[in-house]
Ligand binder design. Sequence first.
Ligand SMILES: NC(=O)c1ccc[n+]([C@@H]2O[C@H](COP(=O)([O-])OP(=O)(O)OC[C@H]3O[C@@H](n4cnc5c(N)ncnc54)[C@H](O)[C@@H]3O)[C@@H](O)[C@H]2O)c1
Length: 252
Amino acid sequence: MYKVGILGCGRLGSIAANALKEGKAPFCELAALLDSNEDVLAAKSGEFGVPGFTDRNEFMACGLDFVIEATRQNVAQENIPAFIDKGISVVSLSCGAFADKDFYNKTAALCLERGAKVYLATGCLGGFDLASVFQLMGGMQGTVVQYMPPKAERDPKNPMAGFPEEFSGTALEGFNISPSHLNTVIAGALACGELEDARYELRPAQPGMGAFGLEMKNDLSSAKIIISQNTFEMIALSTVAVLNRVTNPITF
Ligand SMILES: NC(=O)c1ccc[n+]([C@@H]2O[C@H](COP(=O)([O-])OP(=O)(O)OC[C@H]3O[C@@H](n4cnc5c(N)ncnc54)[C@H](O)[C@@H]3O)[C@@H](O)[C@H]2O)c1
């Protein structure tokens, strides 16, 4: 069994931990938790029956094979290299951390040196496998699309309440609208190639239409993956799905 640790036991990390405890990744077991909030840690450690740490070295000493990162982009940047350095692969939800080219390149070099990997969770998007094929075909244009309701109909508590109703630009320009909330844009854009080449568009939502989509096309083919009603569960479980893809004996 592969040992999995969770960095960040908030909303998404807890859903992933619960899925592991429920045996949703048959070749993986939840082994440890790491969170800077001692109250959260005590509660989650009790709930899931695994040790919880505020100290990263003690956490890593549990013999982890994988860490699911579910914190924030700056925390991801601080911790991911330390895990990779110890040969522990990371499934990251704070994908926006990889919009920083310097961090991306240094982490990639460290992964090659230490034989570990970073997997960017698909979150509330899909079609990354198809995007790889389109890339191989050449001449690909990839676009992350977000369908936004009119401003008047938005929940003011939603962090995306202030987003413009329409936008079209590069993925990097789009990410800068609200870096801490657009991890998905970076993950989807990186699946399509360079951040400067992939696009991000905000489009008006039709009633009942999905929140996020990934579109890809070249001279021969085109594909659209639209995720309707993405949920926090879907986002969190995408990390466990990665673990299954890399640990199952027959995979795709
Ligand atoms: N890729 C996607 O599609 C997608 C979608 C939604 C959210 N996200 C990202 O996923 C991440 C987690 O989101 P969430 O809603 O679960 O957040 P959350 O705020 O509910 O939980 C974050 C947890 O991290 C802990 N934490 C913060 N700083 C820490 C540190 N220095 N060391 C250890 N633990 C620390 C907090 O105590 C908290 O328990 C965020 O970066 C969020 O933006 C990604």
